[in-house]
Write a protein that binds this ligand. Structure first.
Ligand SMILES: [Zn+2]
Ligand SMILES: [Zn+2]
Length: 142
């Protein structure tokens, strides 16, 4: 796999990590579980090899998610600030799926694929047409 070194951290900085990711495999997931667990409209992930993944600082908390299919995955997040960090298989994991929002180099990473479009927010194709602002001021008009 093409490898790119990245670093990242949770919002409060208690947890930091480095990894080698595959920058050609940035994935958007629109499934209902990702919407709920990310607190957002969809989740962006990128795979990293487990052997390249190094965590420092506070130990993440793990949530064992069981999907409707019965598949289980561990979802790791900061116990202090709640930032989602990664998920991985519960057995024989060879990769972790890093949450794009926790990666410092995220602006360089473009999605290549999206899944679970059946449950995608119906307004996503209209996003570029919405009025906006480079910072928070647009809230004043709501
Ligand atoms: Zn944190
Ligand atoms: Zn998902």
């Amino acid at each position: 796999m093409p490898a790119m070194p990245v670093s990242g951290a949770c919002h409060c900085g208690s947890i930091r990590f480095t990894a080698q990711i595959d920058p050609t495999r940035v994935l958007l997931c629109h499934c209902a579980d990702c919407q709920t667990l990310s607190g957002s409209a969809f989740r962006a992930n990128v795979p990293a090899t487990l052997e390249s993944f190094k965590l420092t600082g506070t130990k993440p908390r793990e949530y064992l998610k069981t999907a409707a299919s019965g598949a289980k995955r561990l979802h790791a997040f900061c116990p202090d600030c709640g930032t989602p960090l990664y998920s991985c298989a519960t057995e024989n994991a060879t990769r972790v799926f890093l949450r794009l929002g926790a990666i410092h180099q995220r602006a360089m990473l473009r999605p290549a694929l999206q899944i679970w479009q059946r449950s995608a927010a119906p307004w996503l194709d209209n996003l570029v047409k919405l009025p906006g602002s480079p910072e928070q001021q647009a809230l004043d008009v709501l």
